[in-house]
Design a binder for this molecule. Sequence first.
Ligand code: 5AD
Ligand code: SF4
Length: 445
Amino acid sequence: MYMEKTFYLETFGCQMNVVDSERIVDLLNGAGYRQVEAAAGAQLILLNTCAVRDKAERKVYGHLGRFKPLKDENPAIILGVGGCVAQQEGERLLEKIGYLDLVFGTHNVHKLPELVRNVEENRTRCHETDFLDRDTRLQLFPARTAGDATTRFVTVMQGCDNFCSYCVVPLVRGRELSRPSGEILSEIGALSESGVKEVTLIGQNVNSYGCKEDGELSFARLLTEVHAIEGIERIRFTTSHPKDLSDELIDCFGTLDKLCHHLHLPVQCGSNRILSAMNRGYTREQYLGKVRRLKEVCPDIRLTSDIIVGFPGETEEDFNDTLTLMEEVRYTDVFSFLYSRRPGTAAADLADDLDPGVRQGRFDRLLALQEETCRQWREGDIGRELSVLVEGESRQGNGQMFGRTTWNRIVNFEGGKDLVGTIVPVRIVKAYRNSHLGELVPGSF
Ligand code: 5AD
Ligand code: SF4
């Protein structure tokens, strides 16, 4: 009797992993596997992991433990780990976790069907974590299909050469590589033809797109070309490194109508001493200068940021510099993280004698400041009529629809499914922590 093969996939971490996971789904579908929503009953269980912070890494070990009883019950189940933890640990993961079958690194996603078959047919455990050379990587950039989505991520570059002293990404994702602009543009053209209205160009540091390729477009030029594609109504990009945010790129926020008025511009810290120890390549003053220019060319732009609290050697004064920078910029959201030592990074060798209680105390103060700023921003939206690109049914499962404002804020509202893919005016009636509740403006569509 034919038994359909099924797989269960959990994804942790950033957009890169989300895109890799979409690719995993495509590849496994092609190999005759169907995705299921629960691990119990699946023949193949995969975790796509993140190693950027300690918490993310520990989660992986926790989740693997969750699947052990399933594997004990049915040893034929194949359990695999991919992503940044897989890349960093490689074969060691197989040694540490006796019931794990498969480890695949960040450059080896394309090999997954072959690796799974190998485990299936030979009942061996295997690992594949070699980095690929430039030409092979260029051929393997995932070509995206639209499905029935309104909004899609499009990878424009991969890897990172910045070596911020705390960050493991250059070690687990490899060197920076930009995808040819011709390919990106034809992919977005095809996405648009199949109904996609918004694209988010993604990479570890999209601002340095093309810099290392002879004759390639700058990122600002690439955005201008994407802007010319008919049918695409909104453009976003992430992540930006402040040192590579050029004047040409800042100007795009004033000249390209489709470019959303939101920029995630991670500052990490407000103290020049710590910024230098972090190897970030800009000063507080340079960062604030760019923020000022952004607000000049696009007065209603909203900024979000990542901030690390408690980098080794951070003093009370350094931390206060971070708080005053936050007060000056007034981010609409901040993703704040307690510093965690990542083996193999430059900062891992720094003396780190900050008391954990002090570190946590600073984190709580930062959170309180940001919470107050967030509250002011969101309450300021109440009563305003905002343009919302409708993406689908609300994830709250209450029959409402949801979409996003230009500032990337989720808005839930009552409306028909026929609105998906259109931009509608919605009046904001309530502002929750992570989303707005709105009402369609009557007679306007
Ligand atoms: N400790 C804490 N936070 C980190 N990040 C990256 N590495 C570390 C680390 N070692 C944060 C940075 C980055 C975000 C993706 O994760 O703020 O922007
Ligand atoms: Fe990590 Fe810095 Fe590269 Fe971002 S720019 S991925 S923080 S090394």
